[in-house]
Design a protein. Structure first.
Length: 238
């Protein structure tokens, strides 16, 4: 009788250990829950090189690429959202309280909530949002340099040892625009338009003086034909 009881206890103990071991293995094998985003697309959009549709799930370290005339929005819940504008490519990484993008081409707009650490990295530096307040900012690398525009909140543009504070309604740049591009032409036009009143007046005065000198010189040459030298003599015909 005692022998049977010990046998039953031994079997029960073995079953209990087996069940606990099984649950432990399942718990260890289960992946940790990481934040993800929901994708909305307009036009042709790919995630990690695969065509994507609205409603798809975007996980951290994914690359979102948009074609010409196409765009995408990655909604990240309480973190905010990332708008990927046409002809752009960005790698997105996020945690429970941060969003980081590495922008390789085009433009991207981040809208983040208070308490979210948000930044966009480019070849020229990084744009880092002030996480003490909600922030909306755009990063543009279409021209070969990095342009950061802040719509709300405050953003730091860090490039080497330089740190520029960009408040709402302002923008700044880092790096050099590609020579001969539309962007450098626009910069030259802007620089001409930004001449001070005195400098522009001096430039116009110099141009006017040159024109006046040319007119005077031409007039003097014409007058010399009739005044200076020997007057022509016309003999009467016989």
């Amino acid at each position: 009788m005692i022998s049977r009881n010990w046998s039953r206890m031994a079997i029960s103990l073995c079953l209990t250990v087996a069940i606990l071991s099984t649950f432990s293995m399942v718990a260890l094998a289960a992946p940790s829950q990481s934040p993800s985003g929901e994708l909305s697309v307009v036009g042709e959009v790919s995630v990690n090189g695969t065509n994507a549709i609205s409603g798809a799930t975007v996980f951290t370290d994914s690359t979102v690429t948009t074609a010409k005339g196409s765009s995408a929005v990655v909604s990240l819940g309480k973190l905010g959202r990332v708008e990927v504008l046409p002809e752009s490519s960005i790698k997105l990484s996020f945690t429970d309280n941060s969003v980081t993008g590495t922008l390789d081409a085009g433009r991207v707009r981040l809208s983040t909530s208070s308490g979210t650490a948000a930044s966009v990295i480019t070849k020229d530096g990084s744009a880092v949002a002030d996480n003490s307040q909600p922030t909306v900012f755009t990063v543009n690398v279409e021209c070969g340099n990095t342009e950061v525009a802040t719509q709300s909140g405050r953003v730091e543009l860090r490039a080497g040892s330089s740190v520029k504070q960009i408040a709402a309604g302002n923008q700044d740049t880092a790096g050099m625009a590609q020579p001969g591009s539309r962007c450098t032409r626009l910069t030259r036009e802007t620089n001409f338009g930004s001449l001070s009143g005195g400098a522009l007046a001096a430039l116009l005065l110099a141009a006017g003086g040159a024109i006046a000198a040319a007119i005077i010189a031409a007039t003097s040459d014409d007058n010399n034909l009739g005044v200076g030298g020997t007057a022509p003599v016309f003999s009467p015909s016989r």
